[in-house]
Design a protein around this ligand. Structure first.
Ligand code: HEM
Ligand SMILES: [Ca+2]
Length: 606
């Protein structure tokens, strides 16, 4: 039955435009090196847009690429970042095709509609918003949470806490709803939808510049307690995701996305990628002493993003979506060549149904207590997560960074089911009080504020039957869940997407029921195929084949080895080290990306 369902998915009908294994792409425009030229994209990033479009651009004649006809198709509705962006895009866009590196805010990634996937654009939707539902007739979110998401810490036998924590990084890379809410049916997301480590490098030029040293290609860090950490905020606020319950001297991190401060292990992930950037940058400069700061920075950024894309698509997502399904739908390929199926008609913009329903499902994996694990696999204690929401600096204390890193690899995550740890359903954001908020309640509220179409509509879109009564949900749900829904809601069409989707039995070999699976598959297909800078592409924006095949050796385990003082770990950090093929091993045994391949021949260096 599930296979049958798969066949009926709401699949994008646009087929890949290029064979996945073609060699280097031909370029249609004359070769122009735009490094160092202030780009239109950067102009869109900062406050100097007018200056750029009306003064600088006419002066900096970039090329004569014949794009004019396409520019007419630009969807001006996308251009909503601010009133200032209502400018003739045709001029600024002409330079997009010359951008060697991604812009920070995602502008220019798509040449046909350059605002696609850009920070501060509207979420895309699979089904238009639905304001016909009488919200006041819907059951209270707290009632739903108590009935359907009971506190029961069921531990997963196979997956590590890293499989949850890295998921949060991927989630934050793709979307972040804007506050305050706009009118219900049009919601914006503040981050680039592309998987471009915007969490690390920032979502606009102002932030990106703020966190850079502008020397040797480095991100700003300083040594504390003998280790490299990001700078601290001088005056942290709740707006920086920083709790008010700090102790004197305690602060939060001044980094590309302030959500880093939300919980200790998320902050750790950020720091791992920041250290990784600096590690790569130092190596690149050593190999190419003539490279400018900008060149080192952008090349290190490009490699860091490529590693992240590789880990996300080839190591993390196959667990969530099933490797076979991903191969079947061409979300990944079994390839050692280039993958060149970029399609400018595929819109990578975050789907509202993804960000505000389907991908939040993995809140179920959150562990309430973070174990501090020693070399001998003993736990010397743990951190209660609700005590450290918005207080990430605890990771700097003593050996915590190291032991929490071991925790990512060796602590079990919670199961992907409808049970949740009460640390997040009773104590989240408790801020010194006895009780706090319920993340599941927040999730349900967001689903409703964003006027997401009901569960039944998404079921239909995803190839399930459109239910005519509650009992019809029984095709993918346990009877007891159908019964609970019937007791909570007046009508089967009232069931919220975030609720219905979370109760479906998983598609075999995946972490999602058919409806969430379909939404996530769609999102991640768009994320990859709609990204002109995807790391597996050939051509000027990509890597040499040899470099690409080095990138393909990357793993989150190795990133921990390189940047967290870890010396022993399993190869696949998302799985616990309890199988013959994934035993804990010395870091030297884990493949490394050989950066020697980025050494430029002397001739070009001078
Ligand atoms: C310790 C772990 C985590 C905590 C404490 C946490 C907490 C939160 C909070 C407080 C929000 C904002 C709620 C709101 O006001 O709307 C949020 C949003 C979200 N979370 Fe989590 N989360 C965690 C892990 C995860 C994981 C593992 C995933 C997915 C794999 C995830 C996916 C999302 C998504 C997609 C959003 C909404 C993004 C958007 O605004 O578009 N989170 N989370
Ligand atoms: Ca992003």
């Amino acid at each position: 039955m599930y296979n049958l369902l798969h066949g009926k998915y709401c699949w994008n009908t646009v087929s890949p435009i290029r064979s996945p294994f073609t060699s280097r792409q031909k370029t249609t425009c004359p070769k122009v090196d735009c490094t160092g030229v202030p780009s239109a994209a950067e102009a869109m990033d900062n406050k100097h847009l007018y200056l750029m479009v009306f003064v600088l651009l006419p002066v900096v004649v970039l090329s004569q690429c014949p794009f004019a006809a396409q520019f007419k198709e630009i969807d001006r509705n996308h251009v909503q970042q601010s009133d200032k962006m209502e400018v003739p895009l045709e001029d600024s866009v002409r330079s997009c095709s010359k951008l060697k590196y991604r812009s920070y805010n995602g502008y220019c990634n798509n040449l046909k509609v350059p605002t696609r996937g850009m920070a501060y654009s509207y979420y895309a939707r699979l089904i238009p918003s639905d304001d016909s539902r009488n919200q006041s007739a819907l059951p209270l979110p707290k009632m739903i949470s108590e009935k359907l998401y009971p506190s029961k810490p069921i531990i997963d036998k196979d997956y590590s806490l890293a499989s949850m924590q890295y998921g949060q990084v991927v989630a934050h890379d793709i979307s972040d709803r804007i506050m305050p809410l706009l009118n219900g049916n049009k919601q914006k997301t503040t981050v680039t939808s592309y998987l471009d480590l915007s969490v690390i490098y920032g979502n606009n030029k102002e932030v990106a510049d703020h966190i850079r040293v502008f020397k040797e290609g480095l991100l700003k860090t300083e040594m504390r307690n003998g280790q490299e950490f990001p700078k601290l905020l001088k005056k942290p606020t709740i707006g920086d995701n920083c709790s008010d319950m700090r102790e004197p001297g305690e602060s939060c991190y001044d980094v590309g996305d302030t959500r880093a401060n939300q919980n200790p292990q998320l902050a750790m992930m950020h720091i791992l990628f920041i250290r990784e950037h600096n590690r790569i940058a130092r190596k690149l400069l050593q190999l190419n002493p003539n490279w400018t700061d900008e060149k080192v920075y952008q090349e290190a950024r490009k490699i860091n993003i490529a590693q992240h894309q590789h880990i996300a698509f080839y190591q993390y997502l196959p667990i969530v979506l099933g490797r076979k399904n991903m191969l079947e739908k061409k979300i990944i390929y079994d390839a050692d060549g280039y993958i060149d199926d970029y399609n400018e008609d595929v819109d990578a913009t975050a789907l509202d149904e993804h960000g505000n329903a389907a991908f939040r499902y993995y809140h179920t994996q959150i562990a309430g207590h973070l174990k501090l694990i020693t070399d001998t696999h003993n736990s010397t204690g743990d951190l209660r997560i609700s005590d450290y929401i918005g207080r990430p600096q605890i990771i700097e204390k003593g050996d915590n960074f190291y032991m929490l890193g071991r925790g990512l690899a060796f602590q079990q995550s919670m199961g992907v089911d409808n049970y949740h740890d009460d640390e997040i359903t009773k104590y989240m954001f408790k801020e010194g009080k006895q009780f706090g908020e319920d993340l599941k309640v927040i999730d349900i509220k967001r689903n409703r504020e964003h006027l997401l179409a009901p569960y039944n509509a998404l079921r239909k879109l995803c190839g399930l039957s459109s239910a005519e009564k509650f009992e019809d949900f029984g095709d993918v749900m346990e009877t007891e869940h159908v019964q609970s829904l019937k007791e909570l809601y007046d009508h089967h069409d009232d069931v919220d997407l975030t609720v219905g989707g979370s109760l479906e039995k998983h598609v075999p070999g995946t972490w999602a029921g058919p409806t969430f699976h379909c939404i996530l598959m769609k999102q991640f297909y768009n994320t990859r195929v709609g990204d002109r800078y995807w790391y597996e592409h050939s051509g000027e924006l990509g890597f040499t084949l040899e470099q690409l095949n080095e990138i393909r050796k990357s793993s989150l385990s190795k990133i921990l080895c390189e940047n967290a003082n870890i010396t022993k770990i399993q190869k696949d950090i998302f799985h616990l080290p309890n199988s013959e093929t994934n035993r804990e091993t010395n870091c030297e045994e884990i493949p490394a990306v050989n950066l020697m391949l980025w050494k430029e021949p002397k001739r070009e260096n001078s």
